[in-house]
Design a protein around this ligand. Structure first.
Ligand code: S3P
Length: 451
């Protein structure tokens, strides 16, 4: 089997398609899936997980949990069991932990290892090896962990956790749920209260799950709009039954495809609309997208709903920068929607996009230009000049090992006048296995070797 860091690339072309129709469920949420495995590994006893995302990123985290001493296995019915070792019970892995393309897996597990007196080496693919780890190295060093990393705090790195981790108080310098989660994970094995202060709220799956596993965690509104999270260390985590809802970041692709492809009407079932994740849907509705939120309910501690989406004429808007954290992974596909809209769409305050799986501002802007769409790029954002429904297409897009760039431009190809080709669709398997199969089921047309 290929290691998570080792792919052969394959180009794929999306062709102008007829109206999309049908009802689908997208794979499980990636953020929740990583956390279910990690907290399962720290609980005492058996955690059962339904709907785990079986994308490469999450499978790399499952493998890391095994190397750290937990058992993680898939049953024939598709559910997973994790037998945890208890907080403080991780063993030193005898081989490097390979996180492939996954920043979330790598950064969260660094927090986990930092709280244990063990040494582990973290490796990843070329994309992950370019991404900044200094943002977790800084707070985790305060807890007592030591790091040997490449220049600029990049992978591969070796981390030795503290023999007695210290509880710290840490104010996040960037809005990042990964950094918040890494500090909280290290704090689990520290004696005392670990405090994380956020200026901007970010996805709160870690906090929700810590509570469900029985940890004592308080979230309060502090002065000046700050959010203060306090976790009491050294809990005994009890195992949970977790049902992973559909991933709104994956649902974004069929939803935008249906909005842009004339005559379409689809239903996407069972996605989480956690308010810290739902910014894209609010934005698309403001642009005039016909999205009906149905059957709102709560499942496994997360708000869940079904969406009915009909093809719509969109208009450009200014996306409030304060909304960025709640849709941080969705800007590439929003830029595709913006290309088809009437008028300009302004997306600012998104500098973080430059350090994702690729520099997503640069990759999105060059993909748009390759397909005849004008875009103005700045250090912290982009402004897309919408073409009022008529996007030429016909471009060849470089994806830079980024699954979301690949899926975004394939969505463009379904609704553009000419086909759009992405150079490498293989990375889609990191987050959305069977993307093309599911889209084909709705009526989308693809040509090429991938999937
Ligand atoms: C994630 C947090 C976000 C997001 C990523 C998943 C998480 O990253 O982009 O896809 O699960 O915590 P940052 O923490 O870097 O913003």
């Amino acid at each position: 089997m290929a290691s998570p860091s080792n792919h052969s690339s394959a180009s794929l072309t999306a062709e102008p398609s007829a109206a999309l129709s049908g009802s689908i469920a997208v794979p499980g949420d990636k953020s929740i899936s990583h956390r279910a495995l990690i907290f399962g590994a720290l609980a005492v006893g058996e955690t059962r997980i339904r709907g785990l995302l079986e994308g490469e990123d999450v499978l790399a985290t499952a493998e890391a949990m095994r190397r750290l001493g937990a058992e993680a296995e898939r049953h024939a019915d598709g559910t997973w069991s994790v037998h945890g070792v208890g907080v403080g019970g991780l063993k030193e892995p005898d081989q490097p932990l390979d996180f492939g393309n996954s920043g979330t897996g790598a950064r969260l597990v660094m927090g986990l290892v930092a709280g244990h007196p063990i040494t582990a080496t973290f490796i990843g693919d070329a994309s992950l090896s370019r991404r900044p780890m200094g943002r977790v190295i800084a707070p985790l060093t305060e807890t007592g962990a030591t790091f040997h990393a490449r220049e600029g705090g990049r992978l591969p790195l070796t981390l030795t956790g503290a023999s007695r981790a210290l509880p710290i108080t840490y104010r996040l310098p960037v809005a990042s749920a990964q950094v918040k989660s890494a500090v909280l994970l290290a704090g689990l094995n520290a004696a005392g209260v670990t405090t994380v202060i956020e200026e901007t709220p970010t996805r709160d799956h870690t906090e929700r799950m810590l509570r469900a596993f029985g940890a004592h965690i308080e979230v309060e509104d502090g002065p000046h709009g700050l959010i203060v999270i306090r976790l009491t260390g050294e809990p005994e985590l009890k195992p949970c039954d977790i049902s992973v809802p559909g991933d709104p970041s994956s649902a974004a692709f069929p939803v935008v495809a249906a909005l842009l492809t004339p005559g379409s009407e689809i239903v996407v079932k069972g996605i989480t609309l956690n308010p810290h994740r739902a910014g894209l849907y609010t934005t698309l509705m403001e642009m005039g997208g016909d999205i009906e939120v149905m059957n709102q309910r709560e499942e496994g501690g997360e708000p869940v709903a079904d969406l009915r989406v009909r093809a719509s004429r969109l208009k450009g808007i200014e996306v409030p920068p304060a909304r960025a954290a709640s849709m941080i992974d969705e800007y590439p596909v929003l830029a595709i929607a913006a290309a088809f809209a009437e008028g300009e769409t302004r997306m600012l305050g998104i500098h973080e996009l430059r350090v994702k799986e690729s520099d997503r501002i640069a990759a999105t802007a060059s993909g748009l230009r390759a397909n005849g769409v004008k875009v103005h790029e700045s250090d912290d954002g982009m402004v897309v000049e919408g073409r009022g429904g008529e996007v030429g297409g016909g471009g060849h897009v470089t994806t830079h090992m980024d699954h979301r760039i690949a899926m975004s431009f394939l969505v463009m190809g379904l609704a553009a006048q000419k086909p759009v080709t992405v150079d490498d669709a293989s990375m889609i398997a990191t987050s959305f296995p069977n993307f093309t199969g599911l889209m084909r089921g709705l009526g989308a047309s693809f040509a090429g070797r991938a999937q």
